[in-house]
Design a protein around this ligand. Structure first.
Ligand code: PAF
Length: 293
């Protein structure tokens, strides 16, 4: 696996991967990109494995993006483990690791930003102002730097996925095109907790209690699918989280799965239950499908 930290070597390495793929493979040298912020876990590695199945060559990016962290968030504390991460990626057969420095990504004088209205608003966009502008900006740059045929993201960050797809459609991106932005289902621990780099912040007792989140969500979904009033099911979910040891709930909402429009009743289109809640100072997010009426 090649590791590159600046743009010219990246472009040369991607061009070589395409040529090799074109000569050797049957798929015309396709390149898949898996964007990450490192601190890799099985959720990321599942994206990498899916990328391997879908493309001739796999590029993974690791960049802890300062633009998507708010002033009071955990940018400095965010785990940085490039050596460990690169060993994991090498073992998965990744071809190229793109690990730009902050100076390469945002050189002096950098002044642009991408704001995606609508899907960025509310939910994590409400709780973390500017977060999705930072995500859209860095992902657009990563796409333009690597020019992949497809890119893979986890469903764990459902709103992020909606923002990135909207951006790709609105800006007529072709590498990758919006319909080549693939969603991979959330990978969960044995007790149901969604895998996340932030789970590492949980103390042992909070880690054990955190499984209350997916459990409360499953109970709420079963109630909504059985026809219970949505507001009542969501109120019980919040009460279950408080009982389970969560300190506060940023949001617990039923939304249209694609447009992310808020729903106060079960609809006939695919829906998503999205929750963000805090336990012992750590903010956890999760989302699950709700079957249409
Ligand atoms: O999901 C993440 O890890 C980040 O938000 C992403 C997409 C790599 C952009 O920094």
């Amino acid at each position: 696996m090649q590791i590159v930290h600046s743009l010219d070597p990246l472009r040369n390495a991607v061009a070589t991967l395409r040529q090799v793929g074109t000569q050797a493979g049957t798929r015309a040298g396709t390149v898949a990109l898996v964007p990450t912020m490192g601190a890799l876990h099985d959720g990321h590695l599942t994206l990498v494995r899916e990328a391997r199945r879908q493309a001739d060559a796999v590029v993974v990016s690791i960049f802890v993006n300062p633009l998507q962290f708010g002033a009071n968030e955990d940018l400095d504390a965010y785990p940085r483990q490039l050596e460990r991460d690169s060993r994991l990626l090498e073992a998965e057969g990744v071809d190229l690791l793109w690990a730009p420095t902050v100076e390469v990504m945002y050189p002096d004088g950098f002044a642009s930003s991408i704001a995606v209205a609508g899907v960025s608003e509310g939910l994590c966009g409400g709780a973390r102002p500017g977060h999705f502008d930072g995500v859209a900006t860095v992902v657009c740059k990563l796409f333009n730097q690597v020019l992949p045929d497809l890119a893979l993201f986890g469903e764990k960050d459902w709103q992020q996925l909606a923002v990135i797809r909207r951006m790709a459609r609105d800006l007529d991106l072709t590498r990758p095109a919006a319909d080549s932005i693939l969603a991979v289902p959330t990978v969960r621990e044995a007790d149901g907790l969604a895998m996340s780099s932030r789970n590492a912040y949980l103390s042992a007792p909070d880690r054990a209690r955190a499984a209350a989140l997916p459990a409360a969500m499953r109970t709420a979904i079963a109630a909504i699918e059985a026809g219970e009033d949505v507001a009542a099911a969501l109120a019980r979910l919040e009460a279950d989280l408080a009982k389970g040891g969560f300190g506060s709930v940023d949001y617990a909402q039923l939304r249209d799965a694609r447009s992310l429009e808020p729903l106060d009743a079960r609809s006939q289109a695919p829906m998503r239950l999205l929750v963000a809640a805090r336990i012992g100072g750590t903010r956890l997010i999760d989302n699950m499908a709700v079957a249409p009426a």
